[in-house]
Design a protein around this ligand. Structure first.
Ligand SMILES: [Zn+2]
Ligand SMILES: [Zn+2]
Length: 241
């Protein structure tokens, strides 16, 4: 980590943006080419909504997602400041807590993030915030994988808030945080797949692309990210057969 402090803040930002953008392009681009380009006839029956998104929509999804990634990357300066001053609960040796804790800490991050996402998302549906902020994401009624981070900048900032929550709350290793951030990109893309791909639903309470597609067509239901737990508890779950 020490070497990073020698890089100018701008290049540090650019480096993180490149890493995040590359992951986004790979994670969204591969299923997009597979389902929306080469397999659009073969997988036609698995598409939740009949129409394919227009080129204009895809352009906007990528544009807003890229702006979000620029905002996420800006968090690196604050992140390194906290890290350098020892404010977070970062530890450097895996042996300090062991491998089982390292794995458990990733699970914990996901559970915390699931609750955080659900309640931030509920907040976004407050009349005022919906109209001025969250409506942007809901303009994509027939989302594609590129929609994963197509948020209003204020929503991007709020969603970034999960990082300080986990790094201040639980002991964490750099590897765990890297895996967690990768999982966020993968899962946010997965719920915007737009297709019902069998085998991707592993357990009953998992939030899927089908569940999130319901949210894009009927914004009263399915606010969850990874699990449907909070939706079931709060009575906002709707499964569309
Ligand atoms: Zn969405
Ligand atoms: Zn929403």
């Amino acid at each position: 980590m020490e070497n990073l402090y020698n890089i100018s803040p701008f290049y540090l930002w650019l480096l993180l943006l490149s890493v995040l953008a590359l992951r986004y392009v790979l994670v969204a681009g591969i299923p997009y080419l597979w389902l929306y380009v080469f397999g659009k006839k073969k997988y036609k029956d698995l598409k939740f909504q009949n129409e394919l998104p227009s080129e204009g929509q895809i352009f906007n999804e990528i544009k807003y997602s890229f702006i979000t990634l620029c905002i996420y990357s800006s968090g690196i300066w604050l992140f390194l400041y906290w890290l350098e001053h020892g404010y977070t609960r970062n530890y450097s040796e895996i042996s300090d807590y062991g491998w089982s804790y390292l794995i458990f800490s990733i699970v914990l991050m996901v559970i915390i993030h699931d609750a955080y996402s659900y309640w931030i998302h509920r907040l976004m549906h407050h009349r005022v915030l919906f109209k001025h902020v969250h409506l942007l994401h809901h303009k994509f009624k027939n989302p594609s994988p590129w929609c994963a981070f197509a948020f209003h900048p204020f929503e991007s900032l709020l969603t970034l808030g999960i990082i300080p929550v986990v790094i201040f709350l639980i002991p964490w290793h750099n590897y765990a945080l890297i895996v967690f951030i990768t999982l966020i990109i993968v899962y946010d893309t997965f719920v915007h797949l737009g297709y019902d791909i069998k085998g991707l639903k592993i357990f009953k309470w998992q939030n899927t692309a089908k569940d999130h597609d319901v949210h894009h067509t009927n914004s009263k239901y399915n606010f969850g990210l990874y699990f449907t737990l909070w939706d079931r508890v709060m009575g906002t779950y709707k499964y569309n057969n």
